[in-house]
Ligand binder design. Structure first.
Ligand SMILES: NC(=O)c1ccc[n+]([C@@H]2O[C@H](COP(=O)([O-])OP(=O)(O)OC[C@H]3O[C@@H](n4cnc5c(N)ncnc54)[C@H](O)[C@@H]3O)[C@@H](O)[C@H]2O)c1
Length: 468
């Protein structure tokens, strides 16, 4: 950088002694954060007052799960559609809990943030609302937890990060796949050095959503299909990247520096729109659109020389997979199509895998995994995530996923779009930690200082009260 430019940036307050990045489209913020949210422990909250926004297919599950957690009280429910709020109230009342305050309409959430004294705003709305709702929630004095991704553009993701730092409110992206059983096992094994130095990792979101995306009674106002017209990149990277990024200590010892994304053409969605429109004029507006290419492959390099490969395909008729592959100097793990661990040419035997589960299953899973399976939510991982988040808030512990994690994992959405648009050219990944990745510590996988949040109800007639 020439001196004139450096002087200009200094004067403009854009360059500090901790500045490490050269200016570029993806590195617009250079100053070190005034406050580092990684490892941040907010003051304890005895009873966490929760509001849930977005009560479509995903939100009511959150209402159900959180209503099992003692020490959390769902005080407000909000959806654009009033009838969805009314329906979600029954989840509470059937358990003998109080109805929550009801908010509806496009801007009902804004009124709710003004009226209510909230500790946690839990956001299950379409993607474009995640960042604005999380930002306003934090400004209103609540912690925010948002469904994936945390934001859709680099500038709004920066705003989420800076709002979290300025308000000292958590913004946790609800990356539930980090809490799945094999992912938790392999994270703990990676931390114990069982794979040696991790060199390469892969993740994916391969999920045949073609019919659901085109179902007029599916996503509200067909929002997910519309996103497939607006953006041509990896629209849903976080389920694949979250668990492997934790294993690679991204933001806590390493960081993603740059990526390239390559995208196939669309061979399915435009045809599907034409086929449906021939029978039903509702689909006419989706004909003749340019749809996102069916398969996106994104390659990411890290500062420490590791590689990651992330795939996204939600249209092809193929089995579900998040891949979850870890390749290290001493060992290997892969979750899909079948869980396997290897320390050489062949996978270990099932009884040896069971032995690893016995030895390396983290404390959280040992403590609540079975109850989580009973409460449910993708086989229990959703409940483990919710319970752990509430337990951390109640005990004043740092959350497992910092705002920097949600930000960097989500940034793959706009960055892959940028790379695809430039014929797969390299794009930089912003350092949302602004250098703090070097000293930030990975999250604590023990229950130290927590583990005292009880489950309040019976599930299917069985008492699953934790014995704590
Ligand atoms: N982590 C996971 O495993 C997982 C699984 C499914 C969905 N999701 C995520 O959850 C989110 C919601 O997905 P979904 O399947 O429930 O979609 P959906 O369309 O079924 O539900 C979205 C809800 O948000 C409401 N909404 C829209 N605008 C609103 C506004 N301004 N104010 C209040 N409410 C508003 C809609 O009315 C609808 O009820 C998405 O981000 C999705 O990606 C995550």
């Amino acid at each position: 950088m020439n001196n004139n430019r450096r002087d200009f940036l200094k004067k403009a307050g854009l360059l500090s002694s901790a500045a490490i990045a050269l200016p570029s489209l993806n590195n617009q913020v250079f100053a070190a954060p005034n406050f580092n949210m990684a490892g941040f422990a907010a003051p304890k909250i005895d009873k966490v007052k929760v509001a849930i926004i977005g009560l479509g297919m995903r939100g009511p599950g959150a209402v159900d799960r959180i209503s099992y957690i003692e020490g959390a009280e769902i005080v407000a429910l909000c959806d654009k559609h009033a009838d969805r709020v009314t329906k979600a109230q029954t989840i509470l009342t059937k358990k003998g809990l109080k109805e929550a305050k009801a908010y509806s309409g496009e801007d009902g959430w804004k009124t709710m943030l003004k009226n209510e004294d909230l500790d946690l705003v839990y956001i299950c709305t379409p993607w474009e609302y995640h960042a604005p709702m999380a930002i306003e929630a934090m400004k209103s004095g609540a912690h925010a937890a948002t469904e994936v991704p945390i934001g859709l553009t680099i500038s709004e993701i920066w705003e989420v990060v800076k709002t979290s730092e300025a308000t000292k409110k958590h913004c946790m992206m609800l990356e539930n796949c980090c809490y799945d059983f094999f992912e938790m096992l392999t994270l703990n094994m990676a931390r114990q050095g069982m794979f040696g130095e991790l060199v390469h990792a892969e993740g994916a979101y391969i999920h045949d959503l073609l019919d659901l995306n085109f179902n007029k009674n599916g996503y509200d106002n067909m929002w997910r299909l519309r996103e497939n017209i607006k953006m041509n990149g990896n629209l849903y990277p976080t389920h694949g990247i979250g668990p492997i990024a934790q294993c690679l200590n991204i933001n806590t010892g390493d960081r993603m520096t740059h990526l390239v994304a390559m995208q196939s053409n669309d061979f399915q969605m435009a045809d599907k729109a034409r086929e449906l429109a021939a029978k039903d004029s509702f689909y006419q507006e989706f004909v003749g659109k340019k749809y996102r290419g069916n398969m996106d492959v994104t390659l990411i390099k890290t500062e420490k020389g590791k590689t990651m490969m992330i795939q996204h395909d939600v249209t092809s008729p193929r089995p579900y997979s998040r891949i979850h592959l870890l390749s290290g100097t001493k060992g290997f793990a892969q979750k899909y199509p079948q869980e396997g661990i290897a320390f050489g040419h062949s996978y270990i035997k099932p009884e040896e895998l069971k032995g690893l589960y016995d030895k390396y299953t983290p404390e959280l899973v040992k403590f609540i995994g079975e109850q989580a399976k009973q409460v449910g939510g993708h086989g229990g991982m959703d409940f483990m995530m919710d319970w752990r988040m509430i337990d951390c808030l109640r005990n004043g512990l740092p959350l497992d996923q910092s705002v920097y994690d949600g930000a960097s994992w989500s940034a793959v959405v706009p960055l892959s779009v940028q790379s695809v648009a430039k014929n797969s050219r390299t794009v930089e990944v912003p350092d949302f930690t602004r250098g703090n990745w070097k000293t930030n510590k990975p999250h604590d996988m023990t229950l130290n200082g927590g583990g005292n949040t009880k489950i309040r109800a019976k599930v299917n007639g069985k008492n699953i009260q934790l014995d704590v």
